[in-house]
Write a protein that binds this ligand. Structure first.
Ligand SMILES: Cc1cc2nc3c(=O)[nH]c(=O)nc-3n(C[C@H](O)[C@H](O)[C@H](O)COP(=O)(O)O)c2cc1C
Ligand code: SF4
Length: 443
């Protein structure tokens, strides 16, 4: 099992994605079916049909959990409306962010929910091929998924004639390995084709032209795992959970002073309560910031934490859901140091295909370094603002916009701390060691 604590959540919070207690053997199909697995697939095949299933997912308000929050049913409609000899569904289980294991935990504890969600999606869009893409170093996850897919195949739930005579669903677990960017859907599809991983111009989106040119719906594994629950319990029941504009639950990976672990939280939970699942700095320590969204996350101050944990609210606040990572920082953290390390990481991970991202994120990272090293130039913060707004929207994938978030949110909420670094080469938290201050030091 991937090592992760499941954090305790308040009584009454719904559990759609993760079973309340870890199953003795998550690949035991009989036990899973006794608990209700695959009853959603039976329902769509028997009662709802392809159009009814898509309508049900549309009515539920399900939005993709992979980061952008795009309505799931809209992708299905695009794929279904595209004339093609066949279609494909891909479960994105890459889990790019090294600070979050939410998707791995889901695949290991509830593999049949992902498999059933894939099968239902395939049925709804008329796909004959389903792929679960996992990073090659997630060996436990791969073993669990392969055993679960084999069990579903032996039971005739996937494979030949799965959707009726002559209607096959070929399902495979494919391993991919690469850098952070590989989780981006167009790169992931390239990797699955055995090609060099760089994003493609969109449109066409994968839903109309994806793997080997076929209409391909790519969903994060959490999106897929919610689908059987919606089919069985109804769109209305799902729409009532979480936030009105973003129903359901989501997995988060929270790191705080008391714990670090994964939790399933209703969408729309106050960010303060999500962060609080891992404890709050106390005693001599005080809460300084919460980093939301992983390496390209936003850094938010305590008084911005009463926003709901939703795609839209976090975006407005200068952060994003991203990988579901939520990291609590106490007063010992330096925002400049935090932002510059994250920006450096993201700039290093840029694939380099588009110039504004390749060069622009590098220049942003240098501004961060100059702030930390006491070598800032007059006008650096104006340059940061201009660069960030020039980079956004000018590249092939969202990585360029996301890379601006740590420094831009740092400047928005912690301006005084940035000014201290810029004007006095001084780090209030005592983390940065400006070159100007240490010049001549003998150690
Ligand atoms: C830099 C970058 C990294 C990404 N990494 C992941 C990832 O690890 N897992 C994932 O599901 N989506 C990732 N995405 C989002 C995918 O491109 C895509 O939007 C998502 O898989 C679609 O699934 P959804 O419809 O369930 O949201 C990433 C996007 C970007 C720009
Ligand atoms: S935006 Fe960045 S990561 Fe995305 S394609 Fe362009 S260079 Fe590559």
């Amino acid at each position: 099992m991937t090592d992760a604590t499941i954090l305790k959540t308040p009584k009454g919070w719904p559990a759609i994605l993760l079973p309340r207690t870890a199953p003795a053997d998550a690949t035991d199909l009989d036990a899973a079916m006794t608990a209700g697995a695959f009853s959603g697939l039976r329902l769509v095949m028997r009662d709802l049909g392809a159009t009814g299933t898509t309508a049900a997912i549309g009515a539920s308000g399900l939005r993709g959990r992979g980061g952008a929050g795009y309505p799931a049913a809209d992708k299905w409609r695009s794929a279904s409306a595209t004339e093609a000899s066949s279609r494909v569904v891909v479960a994105n289980g890459y889990g790019a962010d090294p600070s979050s294991v939410t998707d791995r935990i889901l695949m290991e504890r509830n593999p049949f929910a992902v498999i059933e969600g894939l099968a239902i999606t395939a049925f709804a869009i008329g796909a004959a091929e389903a792929i679960i893409a996992v990073r090659a170093d997630a060996t436990t996850t791969i073993r669990v998924l392969e055993a679960a897919v084999a069990a579903a195949q032996d039971a005739g739930l996937v494979g030949n004639d799965a959707f009726g005579p002559g209607r096959h669903l070929d399902m495979t677990v494919r391993t991919v390995q690469g850098a952070y960017l590989l989780g981006e859907e167009t790169i992931l599809l390239k990797a699955l084709e055995g090609k060099r991983g760089q994003p493609e111009q969109r449109p066409p989106h994968p839903a109309t032209r994806g793997l080997r040119g076929l209409p391909t719906v790519v969903h994060n594994v959490q999106t897929l795992a919610a689908i059987p629950w919606i089919v069985v319990n109804g769109s209305e029941a799902f729409a009532k959970i979480g936030a009105a504009e973003c129903p359901g639950t989501i997995l988060v990976q929270v790191r705080g002073p008391e714990a670090s672990g994964v939790a399933e939280v209703p969408m729309g939970t106050k960010l303060r309560d999500v962060a609080g699942l891992a404890g709050t700095p106390s005693g001599a320590r005080s809460l300084k910031a919460v980093l939301v969204g992983g390496p390209s996350g936003g850094i938010l101050p305590p008084d911005a934490l009463d926003i709901p944990y939703t795609f839209d609210a976090l975006k407005s606040a200068g952060a994003h859901i991203g990988s579901g990572s939520v990291i609590v920082a106490d007063d010992r953290a330096c925002i400049v140091d935090l932002a510059r390390v994250l920006t450096r990481y993201c700039a290093d991970e840029a694939c380099g295909k588009t110039i504004p991202c390749r060069i622009g994120t590098r220049r942003l990272s240098e501004i961060g370094d100059r702030l930390a090293f006491g070598t800032s130039r007059a006008g650096d913060l104006d340059l940061l603002t201009d660069l960030a707004s020039d980079i956004v929207g000018s590249a092939l994938c969202d990585h360029e916009r996301l890379t601006t978030l740590p420094l831009v949110s740092g400047m928005r909420y912690f301006r005084a701390e940035l000014d201290e670094h810029l004007e006095r080469s001084s780090c209030p938290a005592g983390v940065c060691h400006p070159i100007a201050m240490t010049a001549g030091a003998t150690h």
